[in-house]
Design a protein around this ligand. Structure first.
Ligand code: GDP
Ligand code: MG
Length: 149
């Protein structure tokens, strides 16, 4: 069975853009409006000779108890539970936000291997706020740019 890798993070950090990059498709809905991708989306990525299943998710706003936001949070937790490893996508430009801490807290309890992909890092150089993201306690932040490869 191929390993399952879930992409999680709050809305608008670039999960769907990264999904498209990893799966080389435009299947995931990339939106300028936060939170437009409501459902999980599955695709196949390849690394060397091996393939893996990539799961894109909606956002994660556990403060809200009802409606679409709670549904998105539930889907994200389910995707984490089903994954062999998780890519936690963060925004280098938007910085660390309270929703990121909530995701981090759930991820720590999940026991899954977590990779911190700090997106939108193109052109930041020395300005990359590594120590902010390091403080999440989930390992070394990895600067990436999903949009620019
Ligand atoms: P999602 O809500 O987490 O799935 O985020 P999306 O993939 O829909 O992207 C949200 C916004 O961020 C869109 O306007 C993207 O074009 C933009 N975006 C995604 N990746 C990058 C990146 O690497 N750099 C920059 N500057 N913008 C990006
Ligand atoms: Mg999306």
């Amino acid at each position: 069975m191929q390993p399952v890798i879930a992409l999680v993070g709050r809305p608008n950090v670039g999960k769907s853009t990264l999904f498209n990059r990893l799966t080389r498709t435009r299947d995931a809905l990339v939106a300028d409006l936060p939170g437009l991708t409501r459902d999980r989306q599955y695709g196949t990525g390849k690394l060397g000779g091996r393939s893996y299943l990539v799961v894109d998710t909606g956002g994660f706003e556990p403060e809200q108890k009802n409606g679409i936001v709670a549904e998105m949070a539930r889907q994200t937790r389910q995707a984490i539970d089903e994954a062999d490893a998780v890519i936690f996508v963060l925004d280098a430009r938007g910085g660390l936000q309270i929703e990121d801490e909530e995701v981090a807290s759930y991820l720590r309890r999940s026991g899954r291997p977590v990779f911190l992909a700090v997106n939108k890092a193109e052109g930041l150089g020395e300005q990359f706020p590594a120590s902010d993201f390091h403080a999440l306690g989930l390992g070394e932040p990895i600067p990436i740019s999903a949009a620019h490869g």
